[in-house]
Design a protein around this ligand. Sequence first.
Ligand SMILES: [Zn+2]
Length: 415
Amino acid sequence: MKLEKYSFGIGDRFGQQGKAQLKAFQIAGGSGIEIVPVWNKSNREHQIIHSTPPETRQEADEAVQDLRWKAPYYVDADHINLDTVEPFLDHANFFTLDVADAIGSRISDDEVGGFLKLASPFKGGLMIPGMKASFEVTEELLVQIARKYLGAIREAAAIYVHIADHKGADNFIAEISMDEVEDAQTPLELLFILLMIRHFEIPAQTIAPKFTGRFNKGVDYEGDITRFRQEFERDLLVIDYAVQRFGLPDNLKLSVHSGSDKFTIYPIMGDLIKKYQKGIHVKTAGTTWLEEVIGLAMAGGEALQMAKDIYRDAYVRQEELCKPYSAVIDIDPSSLPGPDKVDQWDSEKYAGTLRHIPGHPDYHPGFRQLIHVGYKVAAELGEHYLALVRKHQGVIAEQVTTNIYQRHIERLFIS
Ligand SMILES: [Zn+2]
């Protein structure tokens, strides 16, 4: 199983929007851009919603069947490890091996020694084709990188072998992720992480490093975009070099766990992947859920009221809802409108506040992030919430498709 050049991860908290999501990929196909969809859902999300991996599989299969989608598609067991992978094994064909927690875990001197031997040809002034300056690779630096990452990649290998034993090595895509950490990995660290991946014989097809800057959920990128551009470009060159020198899969590509809506850096990424004719995997967070709330708000009446009630509850429970996401959201509580004020809003005001249109006078990133993590509130409303979503599926589907196509696919792959 070989992942295509362009793939795009789509989350769908409540599993209702598979067709509306897939439609965006059909529109892209019509514009000559072939992107394969990957329905991703993490264990954390399943637990909060009380959904299960077979449901995600069913959603994907049904959407594909109903829309007669002929290209490949995938179901991603997102951010799994040995403790959480089990329920996904029969239903996913893409596994994101999350080893962030194993970074810096203990390894023996023997293991470090083994890695140093492997890395010794790269010591000294290392020139990566396409880069203007060489890297200075010292023994000390290699030891430092080994102590930091070798345990994590050994862990990735253990997860990989476990999945391969169950499914057969040719029946799934493996991604290695270490994005949910504080410090970005440098391009040079990435190079030696890739060497470790080779060392442990993991045929990873995508790798998700932590990039410089903040990737908050559902809102734009925050950080130094010049630095991001330089880092992203170097990462692409490092991957090229690693594929050739280490014999990694030739379709190995970067996976950007975007947390969604990184509009500022989409054109940079789009530009660079075109420049080097590289593939990319972009993973979005569950902003489809936000489009459901926008659709409900637009529908008015009891649906708008439910959107307001969700906000009220989320507002009161800020601390609890934000806690699992503390590293990836930034809300200034004092900037949030009070629920009584929101209760006065009409459809347009509510939708305009939540919808991510940079520069729109009503758009409020704090409001958006709070609703983003507030899906637990809707999960608790259960059937009451889902019934209204189904009732207003027409207007919601339009939001979902437009969001993925116009705000994401167009910015990244077309314009
Ligand atoms: Zn991630």
